[in-house]
Design a protein around this ligand. Structure first.
Ligand SMILES: C[S@@+](CC[C@H](N)C(=O)[O-])C[C@H]1O[C@@H](n2cnc3c(N)ncnc32)[C@H](O)[C@@H]1O
Length: 192
């Protein structure tokens, strides 16, 4: 991802610095740097925080980086839907291109009984070469799902007011934009 970021930055003539740090190292690594106008936490990353308390710490670290009126842009799967479907194998509906080849993506979801348990997702990408041979790579990920309302409540608790939220219980993903500053009174009621 870091290599790809540098490639894209070069293509677009942008100068940028990259750091590879976990959320719990963010504050130390960026201590003393000017506050940021925007922090992105995208690509379903937050569910890799190991449970509610680690998720809260990660959001706290992100919030600390922001200037007043700065925005956190966060995307998430609709975990309510993922959990409701249970343990299953999902085969991608369309071919994707990987390394110049057509590929099929297969998701193996392991859904636990309780929300707060560690869940697993194994993603296999099967690339088909022109001679018919198939090369498969797979990765097993751990994740800790959360409800949308829990996320909103944690955002408020770290001093972020929700500016927009595309959550729709029937849609696969949603995006929340949260602003640093006074959490509106209506939002404060949601604080844990
Ligand atoms: C599905 S990838 C998304 C990557 C990228 N943001 C994107 O949108 O394509 C999930 C990301 O969460 C990151 N992640 C997992 N645990 C993390 C942690 N404790 N601190 C920071 N990042 C973490 C992983 O490094 C990984 O890049």
């Amino acid at each position: 991802m870091v290599r790809r970021t540098h490639q894209l930055a070069e293509q677009h003539g942008v100068l940028l610095r990259t750091l590879r740090v976990s959320w719990d190292e963010l504050s130390d690594c960026l201590d003393g740097s000017p506050p940021f106008d925007v922090v992105f936490c995208v690509g379903n990353s937050l569910a890799h925080a190991e449970g509610a308390s680690a998720r809260f710490d990660a959001l706290t670290a992100m919030s600390r980086l922001l200037s007043r009126d700065g925005r956190l842009v966060l995307t998430s799967r609709t975990w309510e839907l993922v959990r409701a479907r249970g343990t299953r194998l999902d085969v991608g509906h369309r071919l994707v291109r990987r390394q110049g080849r057509d590929a099929v993506v297969v998701y193996n979801w392991q859904i636990e009984q309780r929300w707060d348990e560690e869940h697993h997702l194994e993603i296999a990408v099967a690339q088909v070469a022109s001679d018919g041979s198939v090369l498969t790579c797979s990765e097993r990920l751990s994740c800790w799902p959360f409800r949308q309302e829990e996320l909103v409540s944690q955002l408020h608790a770290v001093g972020l007011g929700v500016e927009s939220n595309t959550f729709d219980p029937d849609a696969e993903n949603y995006t929340v934009v949260a602003v640093k500053g006074d959490v509106p009174e209506a939002d404060q009621r949601d604080r844990p």
